[in-house]
Design a protein around this ligand. Structure first.
Ligand code: TMP
Length: 214
């Protein structure tokens, strides 16, 4: 099956600013796409109560004793539900779908960060997604030290369980993302997320326009 829409994922370490950029890009896309646009996120997802419940569970700071493989499975379970109930129907309706995080987050955070191993995490996610990948992934590239600094100094909303992990964890996440980008050159587009917000938005916007051909 090949869906008719376009599927883009936004990826990057914590503090890269991708969610703020996405909110601005959304305002530019809305007048063009109207109902034919779906902005969603993982873990969880737009209009997806099952996946959102899993999000609450897996990101809660109450459960720091979560088993590492349980964590992989919960992210993959949320992803499965999000894919079949939210993403695929939208793509089948020809929509532009942009997801704030998708499979590569599990590969980078659980595979690399938690040191479970990239291949093991890919295997679980192959089962969950049946191999469905985004057409393009925009990667917000920022050194982990700077990302963490940004979280600590600017974030006013929830700080989740993974935000509070050690700098070594975040360095492994970053390294795994860069390896993914290298292994998936045709799918990956890289944005310099260390620039100021305005510049990051403009670089992202140019990429999005190229991908959707406007
Ligand atoms: P965010 O909503 O700020 O992006 O937070 C989601 C957190 O969950 C972030 O720290 C990355 C983490 N995460 C994983 O570890 N694995 C995954 O598969 C996903 C989707 C997110």
């Amino acid at each position: 099956m090949r869906e008719k829409g376009i599927f883009i994922s936004f990826e990057g370490p914590d503090g890269a600013g991708k969610t703020s950029v996405l909110q601005i890009i959304l305002q530019r896309l809305k007048p063009i796409f109207g109902e034919n646009l779906l902005i969603t996120r993982e873990p969880g997802g737009a209009d997806n109560p099952i996946a959102e419940q899993i999000r609450n569970l897996v990101l809660s700071s109450n459960y720091s004793d979560i088993d590492l493989r349980t964590e992989v499975l919960l992210f993959a379970a949320a992803r499965r539900q999000h894919l079949v109930q939210t993403i695929i129907p939208a793509l089948e309706n020809g929509k532009l779908v942009i997801s704030d995080r998708y499979v590569d987050s599990s590969v980078a955070y659980q595979g690399g960060g938690r040191e479970i191993g990239v291949q093991k995490v890919l295997d679980v996610n192959q089962f969950a997604t049946e191999g469905i990948l985004p057409d393009k992934t925009i990667y917000f590239n920022i050194r982990p030290e700077i990302g963490i600094q940004r979280i600590n100094s600017t974030r006013t909303n929830e700080i989740n369980r993974l935000d509070t992990d050690t700098i070594d964890f975040h360095k492994r996440v970053n390294k795994t993302y860069l390896e993914l980008a290298d292994d998936n050159k045709r799918r990956y587009e890289i944005v310099n997320a260390e620039a100021n917000l305005e510049k990051v938005v403009e670089e992202t916007w140019q990429l999005v326009k190229k991908i959707i051909d406007i």
